[in-house]
Design a protein around this ligand. Structure first.
Ligand code: FCB
Length: 457
């Protein structure tokens, strides 16, 4: 392999997590409850009734976890702040002990040469705000900007990269349309209102950042390139609707200051129009875009389908992960190129990526063999490099996730981590994929050309 086909020097190699999924101790040291704390404690909301009460106990084990990052050779770590740890009621009173937890974590990362990327909102809303309407209340735009301002003023000097929201599409779709995430609502008109408020809140937080800080801020979205299930014009139209709903709904307002034409049509009477001020607020200059990519979508027309009138189909002959997501590395290249074509040369980071597989517990030799994930890393990192060859300004890659963790409504059943977590003993064991990722980082991608380690071949 030639030196030029390695990832460039300065490419940021990271891993990602989020607060409610790993921290545990959700009410410790004066934290207020979040909507996810409340939701996961309601019967029937999560697989097995699992909650984030203990999760990976990261709240008490963060030094050990930073040690795992160092052993991997990570240059960056993406984590989120639990809003209700630092503002127990969501606004007003600040809880100094909540700030202390993140201050210690940030210091530890910096001492270890690991750059923090902080996400302000990864789905855990203070329950006190949910009681006042949460994302349905227009006041949330100000609540979010005020919370962001507290975080910026506390950590802005030490945190070089911030993300406002993680995957706003999931917040609206899973939380307010399908009801499978907190707060568990099912309403088409609410989905439109929430999406608009999310976009305005994002913009208001970016404005607050520009008032006090000078490093970098961006947005993190999940993207799924959409393809029609057949050549039928109905399926082509279904794929276009899915694309507007999933991919353009948040990016067009945030990066182009416009609403995709198909959206008001899809929502019909349930549409929540943007005022010119909403659009101006949502459309802030960003320093980077974070792309979370898990799979492509293959859409079939379905007149009975909720809102989008389309249904995702599983292509025959493909391989699927433990969450039923198709493995399709070419679509990863494609989606990165699409972002460049449609939105221009904004620096991109892959802020989440990888797959759940049914990993075995550590063997007698202490190893966890996860050959499918090793292969997945190899193929998708090659796909990322291919996008860079085609001119995409990709600056970094964050593996999801550092640790097996609380996978929202799927509870602890789905393992995505580089480290196997035994949730009884809290013992962490690096999987074969962690060893592989470490070698990728050490060789700056050169090992992607080598034959796979035997067990993954
Ligand atoms: C993403 C979420 C992340 C995790 C992965 C598997 O949509 O951002 O928290 O659940 O999926």
């Amino acid at each position: 392999m030639s030196a030029s086909s390695r990832f460039p020097a300065g490419f940021l190699w990271g891993a990602a997590t989020s607060a409610y999924q790993i921290e545990g101790s959700p009410l410790a040291d004066g934290a207020g409850p979040s909507n996810w704390h409340r939701f996961s404690h309601e019967p029937g909301r999560t697989a097995n009734g699992d909650t984030g009460d203990v999760a990976c106990d990261h709240y008490r084990r963060s030094p050990e976890d930073v040690g795992l990052m160092k052993a991997l050779g990570l240059g960056a770590y993406r984590f989120s702040i639990a809003w209700s740890r630092i503002l127990p009621e969501g606004r007003g009173r600040v809880n100094p002990k909540g700030l202390d937890f993140y201050a210690r974590l940030i210091d530890l990362l910096l001492e270890s040469g690991i750059q923090p990327l902080v996400t302000l909102y990864h789905w855990d809303l203070p329950a006190a705000l949910d009681d006042q309407g949460g994302w349905l209340n227009p006041e949330i735009v100000r609540w979010f900007a005020d919370y962001a301002d507290v975080a910026f003023r506390a950590f802005g000097d030490r945190v070089p990269m911030w993300a406002t929201l993680n995957e706003p599409w999931v917040v609206a779709d899973a939380g307010y349309l399908h009801g499978v995430h907190a707060p568990g609502h099912r309403s088409v008109p609410e989905t439109a209102v929430v999406a608009r408020h999310l976009l305005c809140a994002h913009g208001a937080a970016v404005r607050a950042y520009r008032d006090c800080c000078r490093q970098r801020i961006g947005l993190v979205v999940n993207l799924e390139p959409q393809e029609p299930a057949s050549e039928a014009p109905e399926d082509h139209a279904a794929a276009a609707r899915m694309d507007s709903y999933m991919n353009r709904q948040f990016l067009d307002p945030a990066l182009r200051g416009e609403v995709p034409d198909l959206l008001p049509e899809l929502f019909g009477e349930a549409w929540s129009p943007f005022t010119p001020d909403d659009l101006r607020l949502a459309h802030q200059p960003l320093d980077f875009l974070g792309v979370n990519y898990y799979k492509r979508g293959v859409a079939r027309d379905d007149p009975a389908g909720l809102l989008v009138r389309a249904r995702a189909v599983s292509p025959a002959g493909s391989t699927f992960t433990a969450t039923g997501w198709e493995v399709h590395a070419e679509s990863f290249t494609r989606v990165l190129c699409w972002v460049k074509e449609r939105y221009g040369d904004l620096p991109l980071y892959v802020t989440e990526k990888v797959a759940a597989f049914d990993d075995p517990a550590p063997g007698a030799d202490g190893r966890v063999e996860d050959p499918a994930r090793v292969r997945y890393y190899r193929d998708h990192l090659r796909a990322a490099r291919e996008a860079m060859r085609r001119g995409v300004d990709l600056r970094g890659y964050f593996a999801w996730s550092l640790l097996d963790n609380f996978e929202w409504s799927a509870g602890y059943a789905k393992r995505f981590g580089l480290h196997y977590v035994d949730f009884g003993s809290q013992r962490r064991t690096p999987k074969a994929s962690a060893h592989y990722y470490r070698e990728v980082i050490r060789s700056q991608g050169a090992v992607l050309e080598d034959p796979l380690p035997v067990s993954a071949g």
